[in-house]
Design a binder for this molecule. Structure first.
Ligand code: RIB
Ligand code: CA
Length: 318
């Protein structure tokens, strides 16, 4: 099988951790490095979480790079109420034995993409600060990256951080603006589709049939995430945005797409971070991305559960 070479820019985070596990459980993917960005947690905590999750899955050969700890312009905004003080809910992982590499996250993104022209798929599942910095430092990544998948935005869907804005976008709207206007080959996975992919208690109970440190981690992490979704959004289960985004890199048929011109509001009013698509092409601008607007939720969830079961059996206690 011709594996897809992927680098992941991430703010681990509960659903980020699930995306890392899905990448490791998917033979279609060669996960070649993680750059960590502020967002769900600080970059320092997120880096520890990334290293610990990789060690949990016995994948500590995959390098981790610490990235930017502040948005380009906005003040820092983290999400302990959503992901817990340590960023992985109620889960407790031992302190990692491995260390992050010395290279900065944005420098890693540049070096990896430029070293293998048209071969690297960049998957962005956190605020886009590292990616925006990389674009400003080395604009040639635009024509050298193979493709870019971004979890973010809310097109026809309400925001999950303000009434109008999705978290990754709202945390760093200026970085989002740089990336959306970069002309990189982007596929966007907004809340419009991720909010249809709810990880249910029944899904978790299916995984818990396997006695494994992997299923224990998923249970402890998602139990916190489900409590957040119930309390703040009256959702029975939790929205696993990031693994769904990652799945599209090798199973695009999970979603239906529209080629659209999408922009982000960087004015300082109530619309800051709002993402919107020019469906009727009023501005006569060429589309700048593919946007996932339709989804087959249970096709994705079945894939996710099957892959987690496989990973858990490989690392079962018994
Ligand atoms: O809005 C959801 C996104 O913000 C997800 O990537 C979640 O992990 C947070 O980063
Ligand atoms: Ca994330």
């Amino acid at each position: 099988m011709n594996q897809k070479r992927i680098i992941l820019d991430t703010d681990p985070g509960i659903d980020d951790s699930l995306a890392i596990l899905l990448a490791l459980a998917s033979p279609e993917i060669s996960l070649e490095g993680l750059s960590v960005v502020h967002g769900n947690s600080s970059t320092e905590q997120g880096t520890l979480n990334a290293l610990s999750v990789l060690e949990l899955a016995k994948a500590n050969h995959i390098p981790v790079y610490q990235g930017c700890d502040l948005p380009l312009v906005q003040p820092s905004l983290l999400a302990p109420e959503t992901h817990g003080e340590q960023g992985i809910g109620y889960a407790k992982l031992s302190a990692p034995q491995t260390k992050p590499k010395a290279q900065k996250g944005s420098d890693f993104l540049i070096e990896k993409i430029m070293s293998a022209p048209k071969e690297i798929t960049l998957v962005c599942i956190g605020p886009l600060t590292n990616v925006a910095l990389a674009l400003r430092q080395e604009p040639r990544i635009v024509e050298n990256v193979k493709e870019v998948f971004i979890m973010g935005g809310a097109i026809r869907h309400e925001g999950n951080t303000t009434p109008l804005a999705e978290f990754n976008t709202y945390v760093d709207p200026h970085a989002t603006h740089i990336v959306y206007h970069s002309e990189m080959p982007i596929t966007l996975t907004p809340l419009d589709v991720t909010y249809q992919c709810i990880f249910l208690k029944d899904d978790l109970n299916r995984l818990l049939k396997i006695n494994s440190p992997i299923t224990k981690f998923i249970a402890d992490a998602t139990r916190f995430y489900m409590e957040f979704h119930d309390e703040y959004q009256k959702i029975d289960g939790c929205v696993i945005n990031d693994p769904m985004t990652l799945a599209l890199t090798f199973m695009p048929e999970i979603c239906d797409y529209r080629e659209l011109f999408v922009d982000v509001d960087i004015s300082t009013g109530v619309g800051l971070g709002n993402t919107f698509a020019d469906f009727y092409n009023y501005n006569k601008k060429a589309a700048n991305m593919k946007v996932a607007l339709g989804v087959r939720p249970r096709v994705f969830m079945e894939l996710f559960l099957e892959r987690m079961e496989k990973l858990a059996r490989a690392a079962s206690f018994s």
